[in-house]
Design a protein around this ligand. Structure first.
Ligand code: SF4
Ligand SMILES: [Zn+2]
Ligand SMILES: [Zn+2]
Length: 315
């Protein structure tokens, strides 16, 4: 927060400086800036249309709650899904934040909140399921969240699923993929992944033009109460290191993060062309023989995970 600077747009007192845009904004102009950036993301990546029905994946953190708020304010029909992972106090307090936002803000727009409780539906919390299936917690979590979000989107007929990944997340992921020359991931990294086949929802990341710091400021200025603690399972040492490195570069040379990620998007495909699912991926997908969700194997990773967890309990 700064004291003496004036808003670049309206010349009243600024509350926030944005070096990467060489600008400072008052609260109203900052909100317009955030909304403009999301609007640009939606349009340039052809994410969705005004009458599409959207489902936002909310975790109780700043990014996803900010995203839900922005999409509602921009006039999109947007419901949300919260997955309670059964991680003690962390899951309880994050659910509280989501429910609070839903009951105080989203309800005014007629938006609904779906809650999926892992302990109730999968039979145990994420940590226990991971132990039973002999898998790392975060990969177990990823499999279940991907499955349940896709399931909810298809079951309730949503056109598009949106997540709160921001510029810092995407730039750090890109750096990791480039450092390890993960060609396959690089080909698929983008803010708009079309529905590949029937049974898979289209996935978009409308916050890819905004940084973590900007989204935290948006929540504070708009009194959006979010869970500040990270998930206690978050190991992410490598991702955190990439974020730190990019932050160092950003401090020395504002605009580096956006140049890196937006530059990648422009150079890896013609301007304005959303990411496409590769033909080889499309043709490899078929319905899981147990649950019918698309998979490249005979049985999808969710059904395999649940089978492993059950076998371990039965022993
Ligand atoms: S840190 Fe791991 S367990 Fe926690 S929400 Fe993220 S993926 Fe799930
Ligand atoms: Zn202003
Ligand atoms: Zn399955």
């Amino acid at each position: 927060m700064i004291k003496t600077m004036n808003c670049t747009r309206c010349k009243t007192k600024a509350v926030l400086k944005l070096p990467r845009h060489n600008a400072a904004f008052c609260k109203d102009c900052f909100n317009s800036f955030i909304h403009d950036q999301v609007h640009k993301a939606i349009r340039s990546q052809e994410m969705f249309a005004k009458n599409d029905h959207l489902l936002v994946a909310v975790s109780g953190g700043k990014d996803s709650l900010a995203l839900w708020n922005i999409l509602l304010k921009l006039g999109y029909k947007t419901d949300a899904l919260y997955v309670n992972l059964g991680i003690g106090d962390y899951s309880e307090s994050s659910q509280e934040k989501v429910v609070h936002f839903s009951e105080t803000v989203a309800v005014g727009y007629g938006a609904a909140l779906h809650v999926h409780t892992v302990e109730r539906h999968e039979g145990a919390g994420i940590r226990e399921l991971a132990m039973m299936a002999h898998r790392p917690t975060c990969s177990t979590c990823g499999t279940i969240k991907r499955y349940q979000f896709n399931h909810a989107a298809i079951q309730h007929g949503y056109d598009v699923m949106a997540t709160g990944h921001n510029l810092d997340d995407e730039a750090a992921r890109l750096l990791g993929n480039v450092l390890h020359w993960q060609h396959e991931y690089l080909e698929k990294q983008g803010p708009s992944l079309p529905a590949s086949v029937d049974g898979f929802a289209k996935k978009v990341k409308p916050l890819y033009r905004l940084t973590e710091r900007e989204l935290a400021a948006y929540c504070v200025l708009n009194k959006i109460d979010y869970v500040v603690e990270e998930c206690p399972m978050a190991p992410g040492a490598r991702t955190l290191l990439y974020k730190e490195v990019l932050n160092r570069l950003e401090t020395e040379s504002p605009g580096t993060k956006q140049m890196f990620y937006w530059g990648f998007l422009e150079k890896s495909r013609p301007a304005g062309t959303p990411t496409t699912i590769m033909e080889k991926d499309r043709s490899a997908l078929h319905p899981c023989s147990l649950c019918s969700q698309p998979t490249t194997a005979e049985i999808c990773s969710y059904c395999r995970l649940m089978a492993r967890a059950k076998t371990s309990t039965a022993r």
